[in-house]
Ligand binder design. Structure first.
Ligand code: 5GP
Length: 345
C-alpha cells in the first residue's frame, strides 16, 4: 500500500481568476474548434461539447437538435439497426460530423457497430465506452477496432491517469474519455471506493494526451456552465454532459407529474433501471453502480444549450480569450473554500 500525498482537486475546489481583456462583448468569442487527430485523417470543426451516450441523453432526437448547432451527440448503444436506418434517412449528411456511434466491447457490440457504420460512410466517430478502461481486454478491443476502421475518429474510455491515456492512444484511440466516478448518477465511488477528482484527472490526462498528439474528453461531473468552463480551462479538448442535458423534450421517456410539477426520469447506464431495461436485470455477480432519479422537466434542449454556450462565452471574456482555443492558456485557477452564495436557494 502507498499513499500519494498530492491533493487532487474537483471543480468545486477552484475558480478561474479574471484577467485584463480587450474583448468588448461576449459576441466576439468563438466557441468553434478545429481539430486534427492522432490516427484519423479527418478534420473536424465544431463546438466541442458532447451529449453523453446515455438512454435519456444520447438520443436521436437530441442529435437532430444539437448537430444543427455543431454540437456532438454520442448516440447510446441500445437502438436497433432499423431505428438507425430511419434516423440516418432523415439526417442531412453534413450533420453526421456531430454524431458518434457508441459500442461496448462484447462480440455482439462489435458486430452491431460494423453494421451501423455500413449504413452510412459519413459516420465518422466511434465511441468505445466501458466503465473501467484499465483492462487488457479493452485495450485489445481498441486495437481491433482501429485495425478494422483505420480512418474513423475513435474515442475510448474511461480512464483517469496519464499512463493509461498514453496506452489507449498508442493502441489506436484518437481521443481518450476521462472520468471515473464524478457523474451525477454514478455511484462507483460509493460502491467501490475508486475514483479521481475530475479537475486533476483532466489536467494530468490532457498533459499526457497532448504530449502524444491525442485529445481528451472530460466526462462527467459538470453541474453548471461554470464547471464546463473549468473543464476546458484545465485542458479538456471536449466536454461530455449527461445530467445537464437530461430532463428535456429530446431526452425520451414520459413526463411524470407530482404536485403540479413536471419531472422526467434520468438514470445511470449501470443502474438497476438500465440493466432491467436492456439486459433483463442486474446480474448476480455485480452491483448496480448507478442511480435512478427524477429531474425537473426543462422543455427544449435548445434553450439549455444557449445558456451553456452563453456562460462559456462569458468565461472567455473574463479571461480575455477571444476563442475557446485560448481558454486553457489564459486560465489561472485559484483554490477556494467557497462557491456560489446559496442564501436564496
Ligand atoms: P454527468 O454529466 O451526468 O455528471 O455524467 C455523465 C457521465 O456519467 C456519463 O457520460 C458516464 O461516463 C457516466 N455514467 C453514466 N451512467 C453511469 C452509471 O450508471 N454508473 C457510473 N459509474 N457512471 C455512469
Amino acid at each position: 500500500m502507498r499513499i500519494e500525498q498530492d491533493l487532487k482537486l474537483g471543480f468545486k475546489d477552484v475558480m478561474i481568476r479574471p484577467k485584463r481583456s480587450t474583448l468588448k462583448s461576449r459576441a466576439e468569442v468563438g466557441l468553434d474548434r478545429d481539430y486534427k487527430f492522432l490516427h484519423s485523417s479527418y478534420k473536424w470543426k465544431g463546438i466541442p461539447i458532447i451529449a453523453a451516450n446515455m438512454d435519456t441523453v444520447g438520443t436521436f432526437e437530441m442529435a437532430k437538435v444539437l448537430s444543427a448547432k455543431k454540437v456532438v451527440t454520442a448516440i447510446h448503444k441500445h437502438y436497433s439497426l432499423t431505428e438507425w436506418k430511419t434516423f440516418l434517412d432523415n439526417m442531412p449528411e453534413a450533420h453526421l460530423d456531430y454524431v458518434a456511434v457508441s459500442t461496448g466491447t462484447g462480440l455482439e457490440d462489435s458486430e452491431k457497430l460494423e453494421n451501423i457504420l455500413k449504413l452510412n460512410s459519413k459516420l465518422k466517430f466511434i465511441c468505445i465506452d466501458v466503465a473501467n478502461g484499465y483492462s487488457e481486454h479493452f485495450v485489445n478491443f481498441v486495437e481491433n477496432v482501429r485495425e478494422k476502421f483505420p480512418n474513423k475518429i475513435i474515442i475510448a474510455g474511461n480512464v483517469v491517469t496519464g499512463e493509461m491515456v498514453e496506452e489507449l492512444l498508442i493502441s489506436g484511440a484518437d481521443i481518450v474519455k476521462v472520468g471515473i466516478g464524478p457523474g451525477s448518477v454514478c455511484t462507483t465511488r460509493v460502491k467501490t471506493g475508486v475514483g479521481y477528482p475530475q479537475l486533476s484527472a483532466i489536467i494530468e490526462c490532457a498533459d499526457a494526451a497532448h504530449g502524444l498528439g491525442g485529445q481528451i474528453i472530460s466526462d462527467g461531473g459538470c453541474t453548471t456552465p461554470g464547471d464546463i468552463a473549468k473543464a476546458f480551462g484545465a485542458g479538456a479538448d471536449f466536454v461530455m454532459l449527461g445530467g445537464m442535458l437530461a430532463g428535456h423534450d429530446e431526452s425520451g421517456g414520459d413526463i411524470v407529474e407530482k404536485n403540479g410539477e413536471k419531472f422526467k426520469h434520468f438514470y445511470g447506464m449501470s443502474s438497476a433501471t438500465a440493466m432491467e431495461k436492456h439486459v433483463g436485470g442486474v446480474a448476480e455477480y455485480r452491483a448496480s453502480e448507478g442511480k435512478t432519479v427524477e429531474v425537473p422537466y426543462r422543455g427544449a434542449v435548445q434553450d439549455t444549450l444557449q445558456d451553456i454556450l452563453g456562460g462559456l462565452r462569458s468565461t472567455c471574456t473574463y479571461v480575455g480569450a477571444s476563442r475557446l482555443k485560448e481558454l486553457t492558456k489564459r486560465t489561472t485557477f485559484i483554490r477556494v473554500a467557497e462557491q456560489e452564495n446559496k442564501v436564496y436557494n
